[in-house]
Write a protein that binds this ligand. Structure first.
Ligand SMILES: [Zn+2]
Length: 139
């Protein structure tokens, strides 16, 4: 899935559990679950750029927030570091260890636009949850 989707879901999980270690570990677990849900993945530089901008906007939007929100987001996004390294340094053929990246668990694809809609739906669900529960957004 998009890094921004993993980030939003991880942040929402962090808010749900309210503990940094649990947030990080459940964020990692959420990465597996989200990669298994059929979804669209971009291929080109424009997708990478937009995904990076949306993720950066969410970092700025959530700052400052309790640390567990960022630990959840970090756990949710950190597995994709190996994908980025593989793309940049190994022409997409670098070693991958995370189960949904290495092929040990399925990483399911769904064509545009349905695979995009599911990503945006998950992202917006997480964002609305944060809007409804993070104190400085609530009142
Ligand atoms: Zn992934």
């Amino acid at each position: 899935m998009y890094v921004s989707t993993h980030f939003a879901a991880g942040a929402a999980i962090g808010k749900m559990v309210g503990n940094s270690w649990q947030a990080f570990l459940l964020g990692l677990l959420s990465h597996i679950i989200l990669d298994i849900i059929p979804h669209h993945d971009y291929r080109g530089r424009r997708g990478i750029f937009l995904d990076t901008m949306v993720t950066a906007a969410m970092v700025l939007w959530l700052y400052p927030s309790p640390a567990y929100i960022f630990w959840g987001a970090l756990g949710g996004t950190i597995p994709d570091i190996e994908v980025i390294i593989s793309h940049i340094f190994f022409k997409k053929k670098g070693p991958r260890f995370f189960p949904t990246h290495s092929g040990k668990l399925p990483h399911l694809a769904w064509k545009w636009p349905a695979g995009f809609v599911i990503q945006v739906g998950i992202m917006l669900g997480a964002v609305f949850f944060l809007l409804a529960t993070v104190p400085r957004f609530v009142g």
